[in-house]
Ligand binder design. Sequence first.
Ligand SMILES: CC(O)(O)CCCCCNCCCN
Ligand SMILES: [Zn+2]
Length: 670
Amino acid sequence: MAAGTALLYDEEMTKYKLLWVDPACKIEVPERLTVSHEALVRTGLAARCVSIAVREATDEEILLVHSEEYLEAVKKTPYMTLEDLMAFTQQYGDVYFHPNIYHCAKLAVGATLQLVDSVMTGRVRNGIALVRPPGHHSQKSAASGFCIFNNVAIGARYAMQKYGAKRVLIVDWDVHHGQGVQYCFEDDPNVLYFSWHRYEHQNFWPNLRESDYDSVGKEKGAGFNINVPWNKVGMENSDYLAVFFHVLLPVAYEFCPDLVLVSAGFDSAIGDPEGKMCATPDIFAHLTHLLMNLAGGKLCAVLEGGYNLTSLAQSVCQTVQTLLGDPAPLPADLGGPCESVLKSIHCVRSAHKQYWSCLKYTADLPASELSAKSLKVAEQKTGNEPEAQEQRSPEEIVWPEPPKRLCPPVRTAVALPEGVACPDACKRCSSAEAPSSLVLNRIRGDFFKESEDKVTLTALCDLIALLERMAKNEVRNGLALVQDVSMAMVCVMQHAPTSLTNRVLLVCVGDGCVPTRITEDGKTLLVHISSTEAQGQKSKHCVPVCLRKGCSDVAGFMQAVLGLLLPLGYEYNPGLVLLVRMPGSGVCESVWQQLAGLLQGLAQGHTLVLMQENETASAGPTASALLGSPAPMLGLLGNLLSEDLEALETLRNTLQADWKLLQHQKVEEA
Ligand SMILES: CC(O)(O)CCCCCNCCCN
Ligand SMILES: [Zn+2]
């Protein structure tokens, strides 16, 4: 299993800058790279990465995307006078040339390809390339938006050609639309391009009609181009997560890529003069985490934009820290997505419902949306859009430092019966010291009126000991094989330290009844995925999910996880995630590992997995997931059972009054 995070950086790429006056380009400065790299060095993150040298791209590599004429023209720029450079620049939009930019553009592409090499060969698991000039606006025969060569588009073609990658997912979280990438792959079903971007009904640069949600790709590529327009500024963390849960992740899992490239622009972060968004740098820790179990963990992040030097550096550090496997920060006080985003999400899901089975049950667009849209554009013509309210300048906007993300000395502790194998990296946790008599008596009091089963008692004490170490942040997560999961569940809820259990996300997988006293204590959100209709009453904190084919239904299970469990979990923001595999759940191993991987984005990674002691075969794979190994790819997901999809949709619509992050469409006013 590949391990390690690559870091590509070379100060040569800081050696070009704007040589004349151009307000549109002055924000693209060399300091963008230096502050990012210096932050990684200062925080000690750079030293934990595998440093990979950059190189110049060859002509052949650049020609994977660009035309010969364009390349030949750019080749002349190092020898141009200042006047010639300015004249040459005039033919393109919002970009500038410099005698050294051709050299730097080749290094940016070369760095990207070195990153793809090190990930595809397994030299590292994932990585980031800190490059400039950026790439996602540049086109076959044109420079655009500070971009000369399309780093990520060339990276995708290179991965398919040299490594036979079948399906490449490009996630573009930069605040601008990477039209260059869209044009490159719009008819290609092997590259799924996802981009969100500030749009404001075509009022924001690059002001393209084809940046809207209805550009879904062409011919064979129809369905493989996803545009999420931000029609307002000020988008927040909840808006970004809602788009991940209700648009990107369900489709990305259905697409099942064998490589993920991220056009990692950080102008979508708070304080940026271009984006004018309000999402905080720690959100990139979660966006990165949510992508890290795709493609067997093969993720290449390539820097695009980011013009506020403070939020850029913080966001880069958040991203790298997650790539390195450190616990994610708590997703602080998430609200729901705003009205404008709900409309965008609904429009995108509706435009793509014919291409992706996970979106099949998206309600049709309300008529009002279409008329509003045409009305909106009409409105622009007459210029009677609302007065742009006084905005504070980007420099005046302040936000808290991202929280420290401490790494407990032990990642995974396990309480297993003798002789059960699990990876060496796990720490076997038995309550060496005799369990405190207080706990012993309390446990005995609860469970052992009659028999005093020594073995079970000891096992439960081991469990409590593990949780006590988790509460002290000595241990990040844990796995226990127990004689009776229901009893163990109750024991955890009653005897685990309150710092962990004042808000527990309890995820039960498989048929079986969950002791009701657990769900009535108000400290638990229970999500129970099984094959049986809910017996107990549904409530805000008791969410039964029924899959008719049971937990062995990979597609149904994953959609329930991505579109329901994760939004609930992020909004609930628990101190502990208790993941319980009921006896005979029938859940398939790789889905179980995906679940154990994804849930670690919550509770600062404090996940406790409980399984029946006879599930010894699953102990190893589960422990691997808890140790941070990427879950195996699920393969192309089968079609979703329509009754399950419908039931899921109904459940979300019922619950969204209580859980705003479940909202994913502008339900037409009654
Ligand atoms: C890589 C990137 O997407 O960040 C490049 C953005 C180019 C923006 C051009 N317009 C700038 C207008 C200045 N107010
Ligand atoms: Zn940008």
